[in-house]
Design a protein around this ligand. Structure first.
Ligand SMILES: C[S@@+](CC[C@H](N)C(=O)[O-])C[C@H]1O[C@@H](n2cnc3c(N)ncnc32)[C@H](O)[C@@H]1O
Length: 299
């Protein structure tokens, strides 16, 4: 029997398997994440304005930073790829009256985010679809697309960025932040290590970190114009210290909910914090679907 299009089938299965694998982590009861992520339930780095800044303040500053990168003024249509537990979607709907569509492969996150939207009377502005970026059909009608700490879970980063670009209107903006290896040499050296595999496979089911240049390459391939790149590495180190404190403070409750998990989470977060600056960096980039980028020299 001849198989038709085996490569496409295999690739499709591999992309689905990766998304399903991440659900092992993201379908855990949200109460576990409530123990340490703070009020926004944002599972990516904050931005700390000062030494005494709290986790919640840092996450709010980060949400505002993302809104600024995306050029949000009010009322925009936004796609949040990898919506998590709704931090950005709810913020943009509440503060800026945006219409946000969030997608996630996790059914638990989708229900949780819908419920948060309902309880804040934001369900007319926040919709959530349970699907992978690889199954999402872009319609070229969004003013802004966010990919906040999600590309690490996507085996085909070029296809994911192409989908994001395809969702944008002309002049629409993409924000993407990601943890990256410093360069190809670090990628080759650190990817097979037990500590990396613990984080990427045991904790997340599937994750891969790439050098930042690969993400910039995907943005170029998608014909977007890059207009900002920001190093957030130190902010992530500080965020993780705050999460570790939350886990330590709620270790008993986390143990009740999932025995052994507080130690596993601690090991993974300590591993991540050890690597910053040697092996890994955390960057944010912003790009626009426009031939001229954001340049304005009065043509
Ligand atoms: C680290 S969390 C970040 C969540 C959120 N953006 C935030 O900042 O809190 C990663 C998110 O990526 C989602 N994800 C994983 N694989 C995905 C895929 N193939 N398509 C879309 N989202 C995916 C996960 O379900 C999760 O919501």
């Amino acid at each position: 029997m001849t198989r038709t299009a085996p490569a496409a089938d295999d690739a499709g299965l591999m992309l689905k398997a990766a998304a399903d694998a991440t659900n092992n982590h993201y379908d855990l009861t949200p109460e576990i994440f409530e123990c340490f992520l703070g009020e926004h339930m944002k599972y990516t780095c904050g931005i700390y304005a000062s030494d005494d800044c709290t986790l919640d303040e840092a996450q709010e500053a980060k949400l505002e930073f993302i809104a600024n990168c995306l050029g949000i003024q009010g009322g925009e249509r936004v796609l949040d790829i990898g919506v998590g537990w709704g931090a950005l979607a709810l913020y943009l709907a509440d503060r800026y009256d945006c219409q946000v569509l969030g997608i996630t492969p996790s059914g638990t996150q989708a229900s949780y985010t819908r419920e948060r939207a309902r309880s804040r009377d934001l369900d007319d502005r926040v919709q959530v679809q349970q699907c992978s970026v690889y199954d999402f059909k872009p319609d070229g009608a969004f003013d802004a697309v966010a990919m906040v700490g999600v590309i690490e879970h996507m085996p085909d980063h070029q296809r994911a960025v192409a989908t994001a670009a395809g969702a944008l209107k002309s002049g629409g903006r993409l924000y993407m932040s990601a943890t990256c290896y410093r360069n190809d040499e670090q990628f080759t050296e650190f990817t097979p290590r037990d500590s990396s595999r613990h984080v990427q496979e045991t904790i997340f089911g599937f994750a891969t970190l790439r050098p930042f240049s690969k993400l910039v390459g995907a943005v170029e391939d998608a014909k977007l114009s890059l207009f900002r790149a920001t190093d957030l590495t130190l902010h992530y180190e500080r965020t993780i210290r705050d999460w570790l404190e939350g886990i330590a403070n709620h270790a008993d409750r986390i143990e009740e909910l999932r025995p052994g998990l507080s130690a596993e989470l601690t090991r993974y977060l300590e591993t991540v914090n050890t690597g910053w600056g040697h092996a890994t960096k955390h960057y944010a980039l912003a790009a626009v679907r426009s031939r001229w980028g954001l340049t304005d020299v009065g043509r």
